[in-house]
Design a protein around this ligand. Structure first.
Ligand SMILES: [Zn+2]
Length: 244
């Protein structure tokens, strides 16, 4: 297929202005930039287009509700569901795709700190790419500082931004690690995420207690088994503080 129009649009519709999602998509394709579910595309959304996108998504969600044979014209509960869902996707649960990374300043490590520290638990909220149902969990970040440092609260902000996209947990952790490395170039970085997947609790196998744990270790945490063990020990201590 050579046309960039979605198959649902007839050729007579081609003379109409392109839906904003198609304009953004064309821009991404021309730049050769991927726009997978867990990619941030904010740099390719022009000013004012996010509002247009919200209107477009609202219309599509309305169509979805109609296809689900829900009488949105007479049901007072779902009358404005399409507007709510569009806002929720674009500005809340998937804001990490459409909004820029929050501004995070880094500072020179003037005291040459070289002891490791961990931050956590940081609450992470995401949704699975396969069904768009929630993934909720905790994240711990271990740092061996390098030349630059960032404030403790900034780890929560960057984690929230990265996780607020449709994801699979394994990739979310890697993307978060890449962003933290970019922000403060630590000598060592370790991240552990423990999350509940509603994909397994609410549907599918309906296993309410299953959680998924995964981690990524880089730099000194990867090369030094003692440092890595120290990180997991610190996480265990932080966890026991929660339950005590
Ligand atoms: Zn799923």
């Amino acid at each position: 297929m050579t046309s960039t129009l979605p198959s649902g649009l007839s050729s007579s519709a081609a003379s109409l202005p392109l839906p904003v999602s198609l304009r953004i998509r064309q821009r991404l394709q021309e730049a050769g930039v991927p726009f997978l579910a867990n990619d941030n595309i904010s740099a390719y959304i022009a000013e004012g287009e996010l509002n247009q996108l919200e209107a477009e998504v609202t219309g599509r969600v309305r169509d979805l509700l109609r296809s689900l044979v829900i009488d949105i014209d007479n049901d007072h509960n779902t009358e404005e569901t399409a507007e709510r869902v569009a806002r929720m996707y674009l500005h809340e649960v998937f804001k990490g795709r459409y909004h820029e990374q929050p501004k995070i300043a880094s500072f020179p490590n003037v005291k040459q700190l070289d002891e490791i520290y961990t931050v956590g638990p940081i609450t992470v909220r995401s949704a699975c790419s396969h069904h768009l149902v929630p993934i909720l969990g905790n994240c711990w970040i271990g740092i061996k500082p390098g030349e630059r440092v960032i404030g403790l609260s900034k780890f929560s902000r960057v984690a929230d931004w990265v996780f607020s996209r449709p994801h699979i947990q394994e990739e979310a952790v890697i993307i978060l690690a890449d962003e933290i490395e970019r922000l403060c170039q630590p000598l060592g970085l370790a991240i552990l995420v423990k999350a509940q997947h509603y994909c397994m609790k609410w549907r599918g196998v309906k296993e309410p207690q299953t959680s998924m744990v995964n981690s990524v270790v880089r730099g000194d945490f990867r090369h030094d088994p003692n440092l890595k063990a120290e990180f997991f020990e610190l996480v265990k201590q932080q966890e026991s503080m929660l339950t005590s």
